[in-house]
Every structure is written in C-alpha cells, then in structure tokens.
Design a protein around this ligand. Structure first.
Ligand code: BJW
Ligand code: ZN
Length: 258
C-alpha cells in the first residue's frame, strides 16, 4: 500500500497544475498482458529485446525479427487498455495542457482514447520500406495479422518491409524529439512504468526537473532516476494512478491554486 502522504502531495500538485506531461513505458501495459522488455518476461524464445530490436539483427535475419514482431502484434491485438491507460486518457481531458509521451509501440493509450500522444519509439502497427524506396511513403498503417508471408514485402518496390518502430542505434524522429523536449517544460512531469535505462527517453525526466517541473516516478521498483526526482512511488501504475485519480476527483480535496 502506497504512503497516503505521497499520494496526497501528488494530488495537491496536480490540483493546481495547468500543464502535465507523462512519460510511459512497458510497465503501464503490463496489466494488459503485454510483456515488458527487461525482467523475467523480457525474453522471446531465448532472445532479449536488445539482440532483436536493432537494424543489424534485421539485416542478418529479417525472418526471425519479423517472427518476433508478428508474435507481439498477435498478442497485443488480444490485449485491452486497463486502469492506468484509462486514468491517463481521462487526464488528457482534465488538464488544459496535457502531453503523453509513450515509449510503448502497442497503441493501447490511443485505444483508451488519450489525446495528444507522442509515440517516441513509433508503432508496431506501422511499417516502412526497409530500403526507403522512392515511391513508398515514409511509414504507413498495416494491421494485418498474420502477414500472408514473413518477412512481408514492400508493395512499392518488392523489397523488404520493416516495422515502423525505433531500434537501438537509430535516431528518434527529430520532430518527435523536439515536441517531447518542449513538453518537459510543464508543472508536473510523471515517469510511469519505465526502467529509465533507454536513452534519450530516459533523459526526459531530468530535463523536466531542470525545466522546473515537479517530477514524479511510479514504478514497481527503483530505477536509475528514482533518487533524482522529487517523488518516487513504488507500486503498480494501475493501483497508484487510480488512487491519485480518486484524490483528484474528491470534491474540495485541494482547491485549485493551493
Ligand atoms: C511496472 C509495472 C506496473 C512493470 N506498474 N511499473 C546515453 C547513454 C547510454 C546509451 C545511450 C545513450 N543515448 C543513446 C544510447 C544508446 C541507446 C540506449 O539507450 N542504450 C541503453 C540501453 C544503454 N539508445 C538508442 O539507441 C536510441 N537511439 C538514439 O539514441 O539515437 C541517437 C544515437 C544513435 C546511435 C548512437 C548513439 C546515439 C534508440 C532507442 C530505441 C529503443 N527501442 C526499443 C524497441 C522499440 C521497438 C519495439 O518495441 O520493438 O524501445 S528497446 C525497448 O526499451 C523499447 C522500449 O520502449 C524501451 C524502454 O523500455 P521500458 O518501456 O522502460 O520497459 P522496461 O521493460 O525496460 O521497463 C519496464 C518497467 O516497468 C520496469 O522498471 C518495471 O519495474 C516496471 N513495471 N510492471 C508500474 N504494473
Ligand atoms: Zn519499397
């Protein structure tokens, strides 16, 4: 059970906040049944994400990498947004200026109806031409499961398709990066369900603190940024967000501007 004082402090901060930015990671989708990357659920067959989510792995064995994505697409298609997604979706309507930066590629925040989502690492439901052929758009939606052939091929040039996600060693879309670093200038910044080990996403929390935001972490366990943020709450995102949300909804709990 989370310290009621810590919940109250966050409720109070949020009650007077105009701008709120949330960074989410795989832990937010864990309750939906989507495996996280690190920890005991972090392997597919014997492979770790670090060995599959790279352009080098794809170049060497596109079949294997697509089998992993195909398995994940199938699994995610059968998952539903849960409490954490629902609370954050409601906050996107509650706060005047709300931004949700997600590292998750599963699309569950969008399915929960969250507004102003920045997909930092792309989407598992999008594809790109591996060779970036002239005729193909930069990326496009493809929700077909299973693919008629694995690996799937580009309808424009006949070459390979790749998932529309960001792999290790690849840069974040400059526009996404710019929007994210603008959004860290906010009243309250929350990093939820992320191990804060993968950069540059992990740098956003400290950037928010440097920009003057009250910074809050919600995670089952400590992370490399825990000691640097203003508040670190240990527990399940779905439970803690529900507690905070209930606090926010209590009439006159904390009047605006306190
Ligand atoms: C719960 C919970 C519950 C569970 N409630 N909590 C600076 C320093 C060092 C290295 C670098 C650096 N800058 C760049 C790098 C290199 C690299 C990097 O960060 N490496 C580190 C791992 C060492 N970064 C990059 O390459 C990035 N690109 C880049 O920087 O470009 C410029 C550049 C290029 C070349 C050289 C140098 C610079 C790109 C990173 C792309 C990451 N891609 C992936 C795959 C996406 C596609 C896909 O899904 O297939 O993104 S990897 C994977 O990790 C995925 C995730 O979005 C990302 C983060 O993981 P996340 O979400 O934090 O999940 P987990 O599993 O790690 O943690 C879950 C957490 O939830 C845990 O803490 C649990 O406790 C918790 N939890 N249940 C609350 N119910
Ligand atoms: Zn092509």
């Amino acid at each position: 059970m989370q310290d009621a004082n810590a919940i109250d402090r966050i409720v109070k901060k949020l009650s007077s906040a105009r701008s709120v930015t949330v960074l989410t990671g795989a832990g937010v989708s864990a309750a939906s049944g989507v495996p996280t990357f690190r920890g005991k659920d972090g392997r597919w067959k014997s492979y770790r994400a670090e060995s599959l989510a790279t352009p080098e792995a794809f170049a060497e064995n596109p079949q294997l990498v697509w089998e992993w994505y195909q398995w994940r697409r199938q699994l995610i298609a059968n998952c539903e947004p849960k409490k954490a997604h629902e609370v954050l979706a409601s906050w996107s309507r509650r706060f005047d200026d709300f931004t949700l930066i997600t590292q998750n590629v599963d699309g569950l925040h969008e399915r929960a109806g969250t507004g102003n989502v920045i997909r930092f690492h792309g989407s598992i439901w999008e594809v790109r031409c591996w060779s970036g052929c002239r005729d193909a758009p930069d990326r496009w939606l493809n929700e077909i499961i299973p693919f008629p052939e694995v690996p799937p091929h580009c309808p424009y040039c006949g070459g390979l398709l790749r998932p529309g996600v960001v792999w290790f060693g690849e840069g974040i879309d400059p526009e996404i990066l710019e929007r994210s670093f603008v959004a860290v200038t906010c009243d309250v910044f929350l990093a939820i369900g992320t191990s804060s080990r993968v950069h540059p996403a992990a740098s956003l929390s400290n950037a928010a603190k440097a920009a003057g935001a009250t910074t809050v972490e919600i995670n089952l366990e400590p992370t490399p940024v825990s000691s640097q943020l203003n508040l670190s709450l240990e527990g399940a995102a779905e439970t803690i967000l529900e507690q905070i949300d209930q606090g926010l909804s209590k009439p006159n709990a904390f009047g605006k501007g306190i």
